[in-house]
Write a protein that binds this ligand. Structure first.
Ligand SMILES: [Zn+2]
Length: 407
């Protein structure tokens, strides 16, 4: 188990850092941790703006601006999403222009794609395209992308999970409604999809102990990418009927009751393997869902469960990968989410600690072969694209959002 992550030897609290400072000789990471937050976030910002350039060169420049993998997860749309974040920091119009060019190429590359989600499919291309067009003040382009979005058809045999299924489409609808305006996608249209998701969940649960259950490729997953955590997370942004709300709460309570003794969450129903502490599988993705439940329902049990799951991420979350799907960057967003929810500055310290670990060590550890650079090393979800996004989010931590997942 221990070889999946680095032991977390950083001080547990900001007070402990202060004590540390006066008693021991300091390595570069400890020095970073003892700096005031603004000094650290300035350092991360400068690093991010340089890294962003590398990501653009590697994923767009060297390919001659041709798109093979258009997805947000591992492909060019992820670079566009990162550039949009950079634009929000720099307000540099060239960034927005480049971003629009990349999405245009993704639009061509995804024209015949059957995938309908934000993270892996065409909904992501059309939704991000529309939002960029709005920022660029291009009404015609905005209408064009919205028309294309509305042409997306959901096959009847679609799964329900986030990466390839119904909630992955619904998330794109919420993204549009947030950034373009309420009712850009009508409540009625979204409700029809929600009803199908709830119906499918009740059918598979079959009056079992958990009110809703789903399957993807024959497995009943629990995590954010393919399972219950991701499905419940998106459903909580929808207008639900009272009985649907009760089923979502009941599903979350079932998960909390059946977590591992360590506090981590199984990757699928009945699994006894307490290994993965990723956004995609395990406590980090579940923490984000529980934090959202605490915010939406205002119930203490969800807040407590989110806090408990966050402890697992602190202890076992320094993964030997950098990305946001199953790497340290994704796990850092857990602390940013808990900070936003509770206002407790110790969570901001923990986010700072994980981000500083990445800044100080990641590239060296990758070069030494002690950390995996990701199969797609510059991508948003698996590579340093995600780390770069995190560093930009550290500038305004109360506004930070896990990419393509937290609204
Ligand atoms: Zn993953």
């Amino acid at each position: 188990m221990a070889d999946r992550f680095f032991p977390n030897e950083m001080p547990e609290t900001s007070l402990a850092v202060a004590a540390h400072e006066t008693t021991t000789a300091q390595d570069s990471l400890t020095k970073l941790l003892s700096l005031p937050y603004t000094a650290v976030s300035d350092t991360l910002k400068n690093s991010a703006l340089a890294l962003k350039q590398t990501v653009v060169n590697e994923t767009w420049g060297v390919s001659g601006k041709r798109v093979q993998d258009y997805t947000l997860y591992t492909g060019a749309l992820g670079t566009a999403y990162l550039l949009f974040k950079a634009y929000q920091v720099t307000k540099n119009d060239n960034e927005l222009k480049l971003c629009c060019d990349i999405v245009k190429a993704c639009d061509s590359a995804s024209r015949d794609s059957g995938c309908v989600t934000f993270i892996c499919g065409r909904a992501g291309v059309c939704a991000l395209g529309a939002v960029l067009a709005k920022h660029a003040g291009d009404e015609r382009l905005l209408d064009l992308y919205l028309t294309k979005f509305k042409e997306i058809k959901l096959p009847s045999d679609l799964p329900n999970e986030l990466l390839y299924g119904r909630v992955g489409f619904l998330w794109a609808c919420s993204f549009l409604n947030k950034h373009i305006g309420k009712d850009t996608i009508s409540t009625a249209q979204m409700r029809a999809v929600v009803d199908e998701i709830i119906k499918a969940g009740r059918r598979l649960a079959n009056r079992g102990r958990c009110p809703l259950m789903y399957e993807w490729h024959g497995k009943k997953y629990w995590g954010a990418a393919h399972g219950l955590a991701g499905i419940m997370h998106v459903l909580m942004d929808m207008e639900l009927k009272p009985d649907q709300v009760e089923d979502v709460k009941g599903t979350l309570r079932y998960m909390i009751k059946n977590r591992f003794p360590s506090g981590n969450y199984p990757s699928s129903e009945g699994s006894e393997s307490d290994r993965l502490v990723h956004w995609c599988h395990g406590a980090p993705g579940v923490t984000l869902t529980l934090a959202k439940a605490a915010e939406v329902f205002g119930e203490k049990e969800f807040l407590q469960a989110a806090v408990d799951a966050g402890e697992v991420v602190w202890k076992r979350g320094l993964l030997k990968r950098v990305g946001i799907c199953h790497g340290i960057s994704g796990n850092t967003y857990v602390f940013l989410s808990l900070y936003r929810l509770t206002g407790n500055v110790e969570y901001l310290y923990r986010a700072k600690a994980f981000a500083c670990f990445l800044y100080d060590r990641a590239q060296k550890l990758i070069a030494e072969g002690k950390m995996h650079g990701g199969d797609r090393p510059y991508s948003l979800f698996e590579g340093i694209g995600g780390m770069t996004h995190l560093f930009l989010d550290m500038i305004e931590p109360s506004e930070a959002r896990f990419p393509a997942y937290e609204l």
